[in-house]
Design a binder for this molecule. Structure first.
Ligand code: HEM
Length: 125
């Protein structure tokens, strides 16, 4: 089987990433208001999701079914600015990991199109 980003990063780094990411999100003045559920349960869901998003076992789908990520974000109004804020938290969280710089870049790039795809309000083009 080909090596995945999940394999390269490993479970422990992924756990650290998700922890640091939501600590930043919950303090972010632009987007913290969107997150209403318990921080620890949001972290757990995201850890399951990112495991499969990065090529590891489909832990999220086993528990919650098909991700339908855009549909699941629809109850929240997400602007382009929100997506940029989300990505900046992710970028800061990635920067704290002890992994290769090239792997950090590769990891961050995975999130950009998905974050922009979650934008569900603002000007139509
Ligand atoms: C673009 C900016 C984004 C915003 C503002 C945003 C916001 C949110 C909010 C408010 C929730 C619900 C949290 C709660 O339960 O209180 C959520 C859930 C979630 N988000 Fe995002 N999100 C964004 C991008 C992303 C991206 C890029 C990913 C994945 C790469 C992602 C993955 C998830 C997952 C897996 C859940 C849990 C879905 C569920 O099962 O309910 N989000 N997000």
């Amino acid at each position: 089987m080909p090596t995945t980003i999940f394999d390269l990063i490993g479970e422990e780094n992924l756990r650290t990433l998700v922890d640091r990411f939501y600590d930043l999100v919950f303090e972010h003045e632009q987007i913290s208001h969107l997150f209403k559920n318990d921080k620890e349960s949001i972290k757990e869901k995201q850890r399951l999701f990112l495991t499969q998003f990065l090529g590891g076992p489909a832990l999220y789908s086993e528990r919650f079914g098909h991700p339908r990520l855009r549909a699941r974000h629809m109850p929240h109004t997400i602007t382009e600015e929100d997506a940029v804020a989300w990505l900046s938290c992710m970028s800061k969280a990635i920067a704290t990991l002890h992994i290769d710089e090239a792997l950090k870049d590769e990891l961050f790039k995975r999130f950009v199109p998905t974050a922009m795809f979650m934008v569900n309000t603002g000007e139509e083009h």
